[in-house]
Design a protein around this ligand. Structure first.
Ligand SMILES: *Cc1c(COP(=O)(O)O)cnc(C)c1O
Length: 424
């Protein structure tokens, strides 16, 4: 199951002081810990929380040079901030570590945002104009679906929501509709942990000159690096596994075209005003240092939980890409290091079974969201999707007895014991 990802130098510009010392990091966790960090002028060990809205000039002429772009430097925190920069460069380093595409090392630049949704909004508005269409898979994060079906259409941008696990269907759409400008994918995705083939879809999209973007939130760069397949943009809700502790909402947009990121995306992001804040960026930086350790444990526990649930008589079905019976098992294994920390399962006793199960939990936490150290469970039929009509829910695989689970990093025997007593 494990894949060895090739070692490489950090190619991202400004991504590490180690690079300027001519030193090469060869391991993933070393990059997670060290990349992006710059020596602080006061020799603080960690990057300070630069809680300052604006930055000052030694003389008027310096202001002129900064504003005209002749001199590098911070101006106003909506435009950029040193604490954001460390987080941006760390994520860019992780998404590009060991990554080659078409025979050359991939570089990327990231722009930190106030939320995953703010990053996705910048992605769409930076790349699309009235008349353009997005081709996407139907299993999408709720906020993204809301954006493309309700917010973007009045701006003349619409979406075709298809089943992109079927490559022939995907190509049919591309042949038929010349207005399709962007392929937007999210893999793995809620609630049945569907995966789409990053390599095949990106290749197809390139033949039709599409912009390609991937929401890599569920996987994180530790499990999956979409730039390997030539994807142009990656978005993350950093709220989830990257922060890792559930302490802040945040997002990032990363692009391989550095010039585009420095011009179009920079201007748009600072004008839309969906910037991050220094405190949340600081929490994110510290969270990411343990990403490899956390993901290893999350995934190990998730596999154990999936195997336990499969054998439990109260459970009708388990959706986990680590299990060979998941329809996207092969796709997941092809492009991911491990199958991830998210799974869902169906209780035989439907809605009431789901409510009873949720109420019995003693250690695991009843809540939505994901990516935290603790195990989180949600029951979409009684929580997030309570007011959605039944047919609509079932289209997305949300049955009355479906439970979604973010498997945490607690000791596995405690997770299983809590599930076992709640399933009784
Ligand atoms: C949470 C999430 C988002 C939205 O991110 P926010 O930080 O809540 O704005 C987008 N995509 C996926 C896959 C998510 O899980």
């Amino acid at each position: 199951m494990d894949k060895t990802f090739p070692p490489s130098t950090i190619n991202n510009e400004d991504s590490s002081t180690l690079l300027s010392k001519g030193h090469t990091l060869t391991g993933w966790s070393s990059v997670a810990v060290h990349s992006g960090h710059k020596q602080d002028p006061n020799y603080a060990h960690l990057v300070p929380i630069y809680a300052s809205s604006t930055f000052v000039y030694d003389e008027a002429e310096q202001g002129m040079r900064r504003f005209s772009g002749k001199e590098q430097g911070y101006i106003y925190s909506r435009w950029g901030n040193p604490t954001f920069t460390e987080a941006e460069n760390k994520i860019a380093a992780l998404e590009t570590f060991g990554v080659e595409y078409n025979g050359s090392a991939v570089q990327a630049k990231g722009t930190l945002h106030a939320s995953g949704m703010a990053a996705i909004t910048t992605l769409m508005l930076a790349n699309l104009k009235p008349g353009d269409k997005i081709l996407t898979h139907f299993s999408l994060y709720g906020g993204t679906e809301e954006l493309i079906t309700n917010v973007l259409p009045p701006l003349g941008i619409s979406a075709i929501i298809a089943d992109l696990r079927d490559m022939n269907k995907a190509e049919e759409w591309l042949k038929k509709d010349k207005a399709i400008r962007m392929l937007y994918i999210e893999t793995p995705a809620n609630p049945t942990i569907q995966c789409v083939d990053l390599e095949a879809l990106t290749k197809l999209a390139k033949q039709y000159n599409l912009i390609t973007a991937c929401d890599n939130t569920f996987a994180t760069p530790y499990l999956q690096q979409p730039f390997r397949f030539g994807v142009d943009f990656i978005v993350h809700s950093t709220t989830k596994f990257l922060n890792g502790h559930g302490t802040a909402i945040g997002g990032i947009l990363l692009g391989r075209n550095i010039e585009f990121m420095k011009t179009k995306v920079y201007v748009l992001a600072k004008t839309l005003g969906g910037n991050a804040n220094p405190f949340d960026a600081f929490l994110l930086i510290n969270g990411m240092k343990t990403l490899e350790l956390r993901m290893e444990r999350h995934c190990q526990n998730a596999m154990e939980v999936a195997k336990f649930l499969e054998k439990n008589s109260a459970v009708a079905k388990v959706n986990y890409t680590g299990l060979e019976n998941h329809p996207d098992h092969k796709t997941a294994m092809k492009q991911m290091r491990h199958p991830g920390a998210m799974l869902s399962f169906e209780l035989k006793k439907g809605l009431q079974g789901g409510i009873d199960f949720m109420n019995k939990l003693k250690m695991c936490v009843r809540t939505v969201s994901l990516g935290t150290c603790d195990t989180l469970l949600s029951h979409p039929a009684s929580m997030t999707h309570y007011s959605v009509p039944k047919e609509e829910k079932e289209k997305y695989g949300i049955t009355d007895g479906l439970i979604r689970m973010n498997v945490g990093i607690e000791n596995i025997q405690d997770i299983i014991a809590d599930l076992a007593q709640s399933l009784e």
